[in-house]
Design a protein around this ligand. Structure first.
Ligand SMILES: [Zn+2]
Length: 339
């Protein structure tokens, strides 16, 4: 079984979304003709007078950032969702639309313009986690907000326009597609088995011990069996928790430690400030029990072979389904060796 998965094309099932990914391990053995060189990391100043996220600077809307010392959160000046838009729906034959309301915020992880999460101490990352918890509670308490999406886009390759360490929090009235799929899959499993889908998956992963990158007291960092991105990783709490507000103080720091470890390993992999999109999927804030939810954080990095060779989601992936060459097991082994 094991060798089949390392040698022959197959598809793997994503238990969280109910979708498949095509894996072609035999293709990873083909000689690589792309570039494979480390790019020089530009040194950024700790404070950039032209950065709209640095402390004390003025943003485009004229507001001045405070002289913040740790984490700073503000409402996005160019929010994709607004509280003031009217509630409406369109049901015109086959034309269907629904209004969507929400609140979008920006979270600066550190006042230091030169840093990324990989450069920050576990204690300082813990402060970011604390701010995420606070925002989840505050935003989720609004009647019209039923879901809070926390995410980070890092690196110009991911379309991130500002290198200042920051992430975003978009909150809205309905569940976005990815969350809706995971909500349904987890709910179906929980209703049938009376246990957490990810909790049971974690047991199997720890037993197999093939895709684990790192673990501490409370978290496992692994390359999921169904990973799409070459070096995709998932951070899963060992105990089932519906969302990040259910973490104890010790678990909050364990989570920060897990984030620190994976981001450091990523930077080492291709000797560059590793780009990625990361996000937390957790229970909706719709007032329902949501006992089927087991929150987790995912990292989707695009780099494939080096700092300058990225994976493209094109062709078959646009028209068929996601596809990868290097297996999840090989990716986990490489990342684990850099700890
Ligand atoms: Zn800055």
């Amino acid at each position: 079984m094991k060798t089949y998965l390392q040698d022959y094309s197959h598809k793997r099932f994503n238990i969280l979304t109910g979708e498949w990914v095509l894996v072609s391990p035999h293709r990873a053995k083909r000689p690589w003709q792309g570039q494979n060189e480390a790019i020089s990391n530009e040194q950024r100043p700790s404070h950039d007078p032209n950065c709209y996220l640095c402390a004390g600077n003025t943003r485009i809307n004229g507001e001045e950032n405070p002289a913040y010392e740790a984490v700073f959160v503000f409402t996005n000046d160019f929010a994709a969702l607004q509280t003031t838009s009217p509630v409406f729906s369109v049901n015109d034959g086959l034309f269907k639309a629904e209004s969507e309301q929400g609140i979008c915020k920006v979270i600066c992880f550190s006042p230091d313009h030169s840093k990324s999460l990989a450069d920050m101490s576990v204690v300082d990352i813990g402060k970011v986690v604390k701010a995420w918890q606070k925002e989840y509670i505050e935003l989720g308490s609004h009647d019209m907000i039923n879901y809070v999406q926390i995410f980070e886009n890092k690196g110009a390759i991911m379309g991130c326009s500002n290198p200042h360490p920051h992430g975003q929090i978009w909150s809205q009235s309905t569940l976005p597609n990815e969350v809706d799929k995971k909500d349904q899959q987890q709910n179906a499993y929980y209703s049938k088995n009376k246990s957490s889908l990810l909790g049971d998956y974690l047991k199997q992963e720890l037993e197999a011990n093939e895709r684990i990158i790192y673990q501490n007291n409370d978290f496992v960092v692994l390359v999921p069996f169904w990973a799409i991105w070459p070096f995709e990783a998932m951070l899963v709490p060992k105990k089932q928790k519906r969302n990040i507000t259910e973490l104890s103080e010790a678990e909050r720091l364990s989570f920060a430690d897990a984030i620190s470890k994976i981001t450091i390993v990523y930077d080492k992999l291709f000797e560059c400030s590793f780009p990625y999109s990361s996000g937390i999927h957790q229970s909706p804030t719709d007032g329902k029990p949501n006992d089927h939810w087991h929150w987790h954080m995912s990292f989707y990095p695009p780099l494939l072979r080096s700092a300058t060779v990225k994976k493209f989601m094109v062709g078959y992936e646009m028209f068929g389904s996601p596809q990868r060459d290097i297996t999840a097991e090989q990716a986990a082994e490489r990342l684990r060796s850099l700890l």
